[in-house]
Write a protein that binds this ligand. Structure first.
Ligand code: IVH
Length: 677
């Protein structure tokens, strides 16, 4: 045995203390201070130390038990069969080692089948049925003793109060995970915010906080659900000899069993299951932090048995962490197209959710205040799927002394104009308008974007140079640019200058809708531009419209109406508009088509995920041509969602709102049916 040194002992002692503190906050207070990834790291480090030097193992080591003590207020429940935990693997090699351990231990060449299950991020519960009647529900607690939450579990519609069918043992303890779906958690957090209550950092805390309520009426209002994944104590009857068959039986008796569960013949097939589910992680309606593999045959499970805290016949294969901790180096302020001043966090680069993140938006000063963020803080960064990384919370206990608070600058960092913030508005704005180079640049980038005037080759770097050198002060100046002056810019040859001038010239030929969108009127996105173009048909008609007439246009709300009128009332904007028209920007005269006669005129559609046969933009154009409104976000007004590969949160939201979801093939047949393909 490798004997430990004094420094090993010190390290183990420090790790135990940290883990104990995290455990307490996590299990007892339901208020963790660090992400799971950090906890896992500390835990793995302690495990490794103890494995190398078994003399370091102490009675109170967190590796020697499953959780902390239950809260005193609930009645205690002694689990007749302990509720165990799972060991983790983090990669393919560790998964293979798990399989090898099983074969070595069984000393046989018999094939070992596995059942693969999503690992839900919720709270493990035990449900006891006597003669088919639900008599007791409990949390896992420390694995030996849990809390009696029968009354709370009764409020879940996914917990059967009486079993269906027949053939169940007279005493049956079913185990599963209570969790809160993503959409439910988002809504709950919104409610908590408006009520001035604390929000939940993750679905597990939400599930735990909702189930461990002394008042079941509160639990009843929480969107909790249950998936069952196993059994505990059984008497007065028999169960099938395979885990997969038990799950099937549970399904027949009225329990929810996750439909993603599959069988696998070996570790390689388990790995394929893992890869496939990881790719679809964001599209699921609930959060999972990995998958679980279980030996299917109960006889083999029995032979494999347990080690102190976990079965040898099952393992959790963890997904890459979506939350990590890092340090806030600085906060910078960016000025957008509409002058909005956005605080942006500069972070010590950190690997999270599969990419290295070094910036995160802080949205606005309300968010800065909500987070109570200081420069130098240790922060928790969340990056889920392809969503923009954001800071979810700070760890104030790790704040260095004298860490400066984040303050909104008084003057625009780009043009020096005063920054103003209207009462009741979260957004602060630079008052410089188009005098501010930052706003001018953003306005030009928006104007030339593919979905707007579509000027090929006018990249961000060139726009920055054009404004910085004074060649361009407004979008109208683009149309009088000469090749020669462009060629003088950095990294711009004569050829590319000619090309750019040609592209600018080509953009003159556009559509009314694109032109309106390109102007960058606040709150006028593509869909609103389309509505306006269809309704007013000509620019003159739109320029004559006042707020009242705009409000009569379907889908134009008071905010857009005011913005539109204000935009056209500004002399500067009118001048730019006149110059653009003088530069011969033009679009086809309106076809006198009655939009309401178009086949999809009553539909609001959302496209999400990646399509293989055409781009999302092309598909959107086709749908618009058929009269549909194509929107970028799913709401209760959405008629249907067309989802391609790797669809994420929009798909999940549609599913939670009960909005019909169709495949790419169905989209193609729709377009074909209407002669668009
Ligand atoms: S089986 C003896 N299956 O993960 C095996 N657990 O780390 C005990 N969990 O306490 C658990 N999904 O809260 C199992 N499909 C699944 C699971 C699952 C989530 C949770 C459960 C458990 C923890 C173990």
């Amino acid at each position: 045995m490798n004997h430990s040194s004094a420094s090993d002992r010190e390290e183990a002692q420090a790790l135990r203390a940290q883990l104990q503190e995290h455990n307490y906050r996590y299990y007892v207070l339901d208020d963790p201070s660090v992400p799971d990834s950090e906890y896992d790291r500390l835990f793995q480090r302690l495990l490794a130390l103890e494995q190398a030097h078994p003399d370091l193992i102490t009675q109170d080591s967190p590796t020697q038990r499953v959780g902390a003590a239950p809260l005193a207020a609930f009645k205690q429940v002694q689990h007749r069969v302990p509720m165990l935990s799972l060991d983790n693997v983090f990669n393919a090699a560790e998964l293979l080692a798990f399989e090898k351990r099983i074969h070595d231990r069984l000393k046989s060449e018999v094939p070992v089948d596995f059942v693969c299950e999503p690992k839900l991020d919720g709270l493990a519960v035990s449900l006891l049925y006597r003669d088919g009647l639900f008599v007791q529900g409990a949390t896992r607690g420390d694995g030996e003793t849990g809390e009696d939450i029968t009354q709370n579990l009764r409020t879940l519609s996914t917990v059967p109060l009486r079993l269906m069918g027949e053939g169940f043992p007279s005493e049956l303890e079913v185990r599963g995970e209570v969790y809160m779906p993503k959409a439910g958690l988002a809504e709950l957090n919104q409610r908590q915010t408006s009520a001035g209550d604390k929000t939940f950092a993750n679905p597990r805390n939400a599930a735990a906080g909702s189930l461990r309520q002394l008042d079941p009426r509160i639990t009843a209002k929480r969107p909790l659900e249950l998936y069952c994944y196993g059994i505990g104590h059984v008497a007065g009857g028999t169960l099938p000899a395979r885990h997969s068959a038990i799950l099937a039986a549970l399904g027949k008796w009225g329990f929810r069993v996750n439909p993603e569960i599959r069988s696998a013949a070996n570790a390689a097939e388990c790995q394929r299951y893992y890869d496939a589910l990881l790719a679809r992680r964001d599209a699921l309606a609930y959060d999972i932090d990995g998958v679980v593999y279980k030996v299917d045959e109960l006889a083999l499970q029995q032979r494999l048995g347990f080690v102190s805290r976990a079965p040898r016949w099952a393992i959790a294969h963890k997904f890459p962490a979506q939350e990590e901790i890092t340090r806030l180096l600085d906060v910078e302020f960016q000025v957008g197209r509409t002058g909005a001043v956005t605080p942006v966090a500069r972070l010590e680069p950190v690997y999270v959710g599969g990419v290295t993140v070094s910036n995160a938006t802080l949205h606005n000063m309300d968010e800065v205040a909500r987070l109570d963020i200081h420069v130098g803080d240790t922060v928790v960064v969340l990056r889920a799927g392809d969503v923009i990384p954001r800071i979810v919370r700070v760890l104030p206990e790790r704040r260095p002394p004298y860490a400066p608070v984040v303050m909104l600058p008084a003057a625009c960092p780009v043009c020096g104009s005063a920054i103003t913030r209207e009462e009741g508005e979260a957004v602060a704005r630079c008052s410089g308008g188009l005098f501010c180079p930052a706003q001018t640049k953003e306005a030009i980038k928006h104007f030339s974007a593919r979905r707007a005037m579509d000027i090929d080759g006018l990249g961000d770097k060139i726009v920055d140079q054009l404004v910085d050198t004074g060649l361009v002060a407004s979008v109208a100046d683009l149309y009088s640019l000469a090749s020669a002056s462009l060629a003088a810019l950095e990294r711009m040859g004569e050829k590319s200058a000619d090309k750019l001038v040609a592209a600018i010239a080509k953009s003159r030929n556009t559509t009314f809708q694109r032109f309106l969108f390109a102007l960058g009127i606040r709150e006028v996105g593509e869909a609103t531009a389309q509505t306006l173009a269809r309704h007013y048909e000509t620019l003159d008609a739109l320029l004559r419209a006042d707020e009242a007439s705009l409000l009569e246009v379907p889908d134009i709300g008071p905010v857009s109406a005011r913005n539109i009128v204000q935009f056209f009332a500004q002399p500067h904007n009118r001048e730019v508009l006149d110059r653009l028209l003088a530069a011969e920007i033009h679009w086809p005269a309106p076809v006198k088509a009655d939009v309401s006669a178009l086949p999809l005129s009553d539909q609001t559609l959302v496209l999400t995920g990646s399509l293989s046969q055409l781009s999302r933009d092309e598909a959107g154009d086709h749908l618009r041509a058929l009269g549909a409104k194509v929107s970028g976000s799913v709401s209760k007004n959405t008629t249907a969602v067309y989802a391609g590969e790797k669809a994420g949160s929009k798909l999940a939201r549609a599913e939670s709102l009960g909005i019909p979801v169709y495949t790419e093939d169905e989209l193609m047949s729709l377009l074909r049916e209407h002669g668009r393909l």
